[in-house]
Design a protein around this ligand. Structure first.
Ligand code: ADP
Ligand code: MG
Length: 243
């Protein structure tokens, strides 16, 4: 099995807050790994460090074996290989769906506009939204906007997709269509690391679940084990609180 992402002993400190305390986690090719844990446990910070939106204070992150935390690594090159989608869908309101999706490939990664447009339309067609390519985001439902945000993250055919609580800003009836898209991506073999508070979804889609508490990875394993038969008291307490 090829390791796509390798996080080794990562620490992150904000002022006097030690937010990540030596996190190590691997994601293999075609694997889906779910991060669970209370609000403030460090899930988003870990994803942001992996996408080089935050520098790490210690430890190493490797993508396909290359140390991306090396100061000489080019962040644009790294981000071309790692797609990220956040909780709030972050589409630019003053740009059409198509313009949102093609913006970074054309203006950051220098993909020819016609090529980016063709790829965007193909991806939008796959999620049934090609006819909304010219629409502005406010015409789309929250679920449609979030699916467009996922498509935008797929434009560079990333090696790894990071998803940070992508359903938590959605009305409950819109959650299903976004989760279905993530399930489809899994079936196509997309390698993903996702933070979620949807335990049922984590159980269905994840090959491995990692429980974070206070910036520490307390327990990880197959979902049926971590969610069904947790070994660590802190995991048990967390699950007892939310279920
Ligand atoms: P989660 O995603 O699990 O809810 P976060 O990674 O967002 O957790 O936050 C972990 C901790 O780091 C929290 O205590 C949060 O307040 C703190 N934190 C996150 N980002 C910053 C920042 N830019 N500056 C200071 N503290 C931060
Ligand atoms: Mg978060």
């Amino acid at each position: 099995m090829t390791t796509v992402l390798s996080v080794e002993g990562v620490h992150k400190v904000f002022g006097d807050r030690h937010v990540l305390r030596g996190i190590s986690v691997d994601v293999d090719d075609h694997q889906v790994v779910a991060l669970i844990g209370a609000s403030g446990s460090g899930k988003s910070t870990l994803l942001r460090c992996i996408n080089l939106l935050e520098p790490v204070d210690d430890g190493v992150i490797r993508l396909d074996g290359a140390d991306i935390t090396d100061p000489r690594a080019d962040p644009d090159r790294v981000r071309r290989k790692i797609g990220i989608v956040f909780q709030a869908y972050n589409l630019f309101p003053h740009m059409s769906v198509l313009a949102n999706v093609t913006l970074a490939p054309v203006h950051v990664h220098r993909v020819p506009a016609a090529q980016a447009r063709a790829k965007a339309l193909e991806l939008l067609a796959r999620i049934g939204l090609a006819d909304l390519a010219g629409a502005y985001p406010d015409r789309l439902s929250g679920g449609q906007q979030q699916r467009v945000a996922i498509v935008r993250a797929l434009m560079n055919s990333p090696r790894l997709l990071l998803l940070d609580e992508v359903t938590s800003a959605l009305d409950p009836e819109l959650v299903g269509e976004v989760l279905a898209l993530i399930r489809d991506l899994r079936a196509e073999g997309m390698t993903m690391l996702l933070a979620t508070h949807e335990m049922g979804f984590a159980r269905q889609v994840a090959d491995r679940v990692c429980f974070l508490d206070g910036g520490t990875l307390v327990e990880q394993g197959p979902p049926e084990q971590v969610l069904g038969d947790p070994q660590e008291p802190r995991t048990r307490q967390f699950l007892a609180r939310i279920i």
